[in-house]
Design a protein around this ligand. Structure first.
Ligand SMILES: *[C@@H]1O[C@H](CO)[C@@H](O)[C@H](O)[C@H]1NC(C)=O
Ligand SMILES: *[C@@H]1O[C@H](CO)[C@@H](O)[C@H](O)[C@H]1NC(C)=O
Length: 356
């Protein structure tokens, strides 16, 4: 009994000391890599975002916990502190260390929904700078396993400058008295005087997640990272996924295609071979039947991961080409081959129209 009470007591002591369990909040192991942390965060942020998670009364609290967990664990220094002595420690150190970045500011684009407050924008009728659309070239390996890439982007940022400028210009009707009983109404451009601004180029590092199974043309949107507008809000930056051609695999939908050349001897006698997949794992191919040129085999589950459900994979199609020996065979060898194969001469003339 005593032991049990002691145990409960010490447990509660630990939790008081440690603050929130950031690993538990993110659903990851203590040994998780930075990539795994980012992945977990991104996945959970999608689920827990208060815009989506409207049923849960604790949604915004959970979302804040998640943000705090991510901010701490994604920073190696803070993570080390946290591992050593918990959340309080990180907070204390963070106060003098400064630099509390907002983890939602520019990370990972906008999660495919109005993360940056896109939704309100239509109602306010604020002028907006143009969107910038750019291609982001990625490898098939990255699309298979997922990755996080950083891009550096020089962004013009508005800064206060000396003097004033005309702003909020609009057309207004002005009535002037021309003489007794005579008025004239004219349209006139009216502007306000606003403090002047200048644009200063700042370097911004944006981080983009290449999610497994993404397809060409899919976009990641970064709110307000596009062209600035002097009287309004900047446009967005839209990065479009484009796959670089791969030397070994070709992708069609979720399926992968590859070509393999085998020797005539292997084609007849069977063979075993290994294809190295996009993440380095080995795909074994064993044939004991005859393999003719153009034969195609399918390996289930060895294609690309499906974007919607990363546990589903497409097919891998391997098409074989057979390399015939180039050297002349001796009369004796020819005789042996004929005997071995036991094939009668086939001299079929085929004009390509009638089928076999
Ligand atoms: C919300 O949080 C309160 C207090 O932490 C807790 O008692 C309650 O069960 C939570 N509700 C849900 C739906 O998780
Ligand atoms: C395989 O060979 C075919 C025919 O030569 C070609 O069209 C296809 O692009 C090749 N596929 C790969 C992945 O190299």
């Amino acid at each position: 009994m005593n032991f049990k009470i002691l145990f409960i007591f010490s447990l509660s002591l630990v939790s008081v000391f440690a603050g929130r369990d950031f690993y538990k909040i993110l659903g990851i192991q203590k040994t998780a890599s930075t990539n795994q942390i980012k992945k977990a965060y991104r996945k959970m942020a999608k689920e827990l975002h208060p815009d989506k998670n409207t049923e849960d009364p604790n949604a915004s609290e959970k979302f804040q916990d998640l943000g705090a967990a991510y901010e701490t664990l994604s920073d190696p220094e803070k993570r080390e502190l946290y591992d050593r002595c918990g959340e309080e420690c990180v907070k204390k150190e963070g106060a003098n260390g400064g630099g509390g970045m907002d983890p939602f500011a520019s990370f990972f684009g906008d999660f495919g929904f109005g993360f940056g407050g896109n939704d309100n924008r239509g109602q306010r009728e604020v002028s907006k700078g143009a969107d910038i659309q750019m291609d982001l070239f990625v490898s098939l390996e990255e699309l298979y396993a997922g990755n996080f890439v950083e891009i550096t982007h020089n962004k013009p940022v508005m800064k206060p400058a000396k003097g004033t400028r005309k702003c909020n210009c609009r057309q207004e009707m002005v009535t002037r008295q021309l003489g007794p009983g005579r008025f004239q109404m004219t349209q006139q451009a009216v502007c306000d005087e606003c403090p002047n601004v200048k644009f200063v180029t700042e370097e911004r590092v944006l981080e983009i997640e290449i999610e497994p199974g993404m397809t060409d043309g899919q976009e990641q949107r970064f709110t307000a990272e596009g062209e600035p507008h002097v009287d309004g809000e900047p446009g967005d930056l839209r990065l479009r996924i484009q796959t670089n051609p791969h030397p070994v695999f070709e992708r069609r939908g979720d399926d992968l295609y590859t070509n393999v050349t085998i020797s005539l001897a292997d084609a007849l006698a069977g063979f075993e071979m290994v294809i190295e997949h996009l993440d380095g794992h080995k795909v074994q191919i064993v044939r004991d039947k005859v393999t003719w040129p153009g034969a195609r085999i399918r390996k289930k589950g060895e294609g690309m991961p499906n974007y919607e459900n990363n546990n589903l994979f497409g097919m891998l199609y391997v098409t074989f080409d057979v390399q015939f020996p180039k050297q002349e065979l001796s009369e004796e060898a020819k005789e042996q081959i004929r005997k071995l194969l036991g094939q009668d001469a086939i001299n079929k003339v085929y004009n390509g129209l009638r089928g076999f």
